[in-house]
Design a protein around this ligand. Structure first.
Ligand code: PHE
Ligand code: FE
Length: 289
């Protein structure tokens, strides 16, 4: 999975609006493209009950994502708007950071307007509509997570004057993309990068290889991550309320400065203060090295 926060600022491509949005042009998707969505949807939705967070499973339901084919945003947005005031907007691909933050701050989630091909079933460089809509949008139907994403966008806009993008990107990575949550039934997935990946949905919960650590804001913002393979670390929140509360009620400006004076934390390190949920063997990463 490609990191979102690595892009140089460019102007929108021809045909895109100043905010980089394009029309979904839903009628232009081919039968093969809809069939690819259905294939990915069937594989994930069979596996995720008991693995994905309650809020994610509720989102699938509330948004009626089980309807076959790539979702038509005219229908999806009516349901999403009713749930939390969010909208999905189509973009050609990754957008610049300031544009991305501005969309989030205004309750718009930008989704790549293309779908992977059969040879990219399990790996692709840029987020496609399956990752963006199946992975991210169900959580946006949850009021608490929806507010977290708005706050994140606002915080992102504010961070641009602090040279703090890397720290904020790590927070996004370890929550929105690769977050785990502790529920009554055990650990569950809420991160879009996991729920949209068949293999990582198994690995993140079942493998003995990765570390699973209790979420700590300042620590997460210093922790490096990998974009080329399964994560070596997952951070576990106790509830979506905890995540929203800590991020909204922390002034990030002093945190950015304090963290900038400290070295980044290497990917698989465990620190004395970590709340260790599972200490990983790291055998998966070692075998690949
Ligand atoms: N409270 C953060 C700030 O002071 C903003 C933020 C909220 C960042 C939520 C991430 C998530 O900038
Ligand atoms: Fe994503």
């Amino acid at each position: 999975m490609e990191s979102r926060f690595t892009h140089v600022h460019e102007t929108p491509p021809p045909g895109a609006a100043a905010d980089w949005t394009i029309s979904q042009n839903w009628d232009a998707f081919t039968a093969d493209e809809h069939a690819m969505w259905d294939r990915l949807f069937a594989r994930q939705s069979a596996m995720l009950p008991g693995r994905a967070a309650d809020a994610f499973m509720r989102g699938i339901d509330v948004l009626k994502l089980e309807k076959p084919g790539i979702p038509d945003y005219r229908e999806l947005n009516a349901r999403l708007m009713a749930a939390t005031g969010w909208q999905v907007v189509a973009v050609p691909g990754l957008v610049p950071d300031d544009v991305f933050f501005d969309h989030l701050a205004n309750r718009r989630f930008p989704a790549g307007n293309f779908i992977r091909t059969p040879d990219q079933l399990d790996y692709l460089q840029e987020p496609d509509v399956f990752h963006d809509v199946f992975g991210h949008v169900p959580m946006l139907a949850d009021p608490v997570f929806a507010d977290y994403m708005v706050a994140y966008g606002e915080g992102g806009l504010r961070s641009l004057k602090f040279d703090a993008l890397k720290q904020l990107a790590r927070l996004y990575w370890y929550t929105v993309e690769f977050g785990l949550i502790r529920e009554a039934g055990g650990l569950r997935i809420y991160g879009a990068g996991i729920v949209s990946s068949y293999a990582e949905s198994v690995f993140a919960l079942d493998s003995e290889s990765p570390n699973r650590l209790g979420f700590d804001l300042a620590r997460v913002m210093r922790t490096d991550y990998r974009i080329d393979d399964f994560q070596q670390n997952y951070f576990v929140i106790d509830s979506l309320e905890q995540l929203l509360d800590i991020t909204v009620n922390t002034d990030f400006a002093p945190l950015y400065a304090a963290n900038a004076a400290l070295p980044p934390i290497p990917i698989a390190d465990i620190l004395p203060d970590d709340k260790v949920i599972t200490r990983g063997t790291q055998e998966y990463a070692a075998a690949k090295a």
